[in-house]
Design a protein around this ligand. Structure first.
Ligand code: SF4
Ligand code: SF4
Length: 196
């Protein structure tokens, strides 16, 4: 009898303590702004892609999770300012350990990380995110690539201020929470158009 009562005191003590469990997914936990979630390939304010297909992120990745194939822009088909763009860009979330080294290695601030963490899948193929999935959503004033340079005649007009002054580019400067919300909306609309 005494042993049972002693055992129940532990239970009763916990009834009055602050709960540490979260009511997920109904009430998702609040994450810090610098949380390392899924990646985003950012755009310039006119919609051109900031990625130049240099592969530095892939070389920096300790988990070999990134695959990039670069290609040349042409005047008829331009995806980024300057010579090169990423024709193929993939990140495998079956491998990624969310260390952020790829973000540090990116010379154009193309690659950043959002707060999005709902990345579960029941097969490896769905965990490989393609460039189309990783590209930042188009916002006001942006146009889907390919299209000509709208903000100047050379890549310097884009990157010259873009790296020193992050305010001159779009995507990386969304708050992580805001960007995660936009990405979620896009994923949901893609899913509903697939089901239609
Ligand atoms: S966050 Fe780390 S593990 Fe993931 S892709 Fe980037 S460098 Fe690789
Ligand atoms: S994301 Fe950055 S580092 Fe990676 S290929 Fe594009 S420009 Fe290069």
């Amino acid at each position: 009898m005494w042993g049972s009562l002693k055992g129940f005191t532990v239970t009763f003590k916990h009834m009055f303590k602050k709960q540490v469990t979260v009511d997920y997914p109904e009430r998702p936990p609040k994450l810090e702004a610098r949380y390392h979630g899924r990646h985003v390939l950012n755009r310039h304010p006119d919609g051109l892609e900031k990625c130049i297909g240099c592969e530095l992120c892939a070389w920096a990745c300790p988990a070999d999770a990134i695959y990039v194939e670069g290609a040349d822009n042409t005047e008829a088909e331009r995806y980024s300012p300057g010579e090169r763009y990423a024709k193929v860009y993939q990140i495998s979330y079956a491998r990624c350990i969310f260390c952020g080294l790829c973000v540090e290695a990116c010379p154009t601030r193309s690659l950043t990380m959002s707060n999005e963490y709902e990345l579960a899948a029941d097969n490896r193929r769905d965990l490989i995110f393609t460039k189309e999935q990783l590209l930042a959503p188009l916002t006001e004033g942006m146009e889907r690539t390919p299209h000509p340079m709208r903000l100047g005649d050379s890549e310097k007009d884009y990157y010259g201020t873009g790296t020193d002054n992050p305010g001159a580019s779009q995507g990386a400067e969304f708050s992580s929470v805001e960007l995660s919300e936009l990405l979620k909306q896009r994923t949901e609309s893609e899913r509903s158009s697939e089901n239609a």
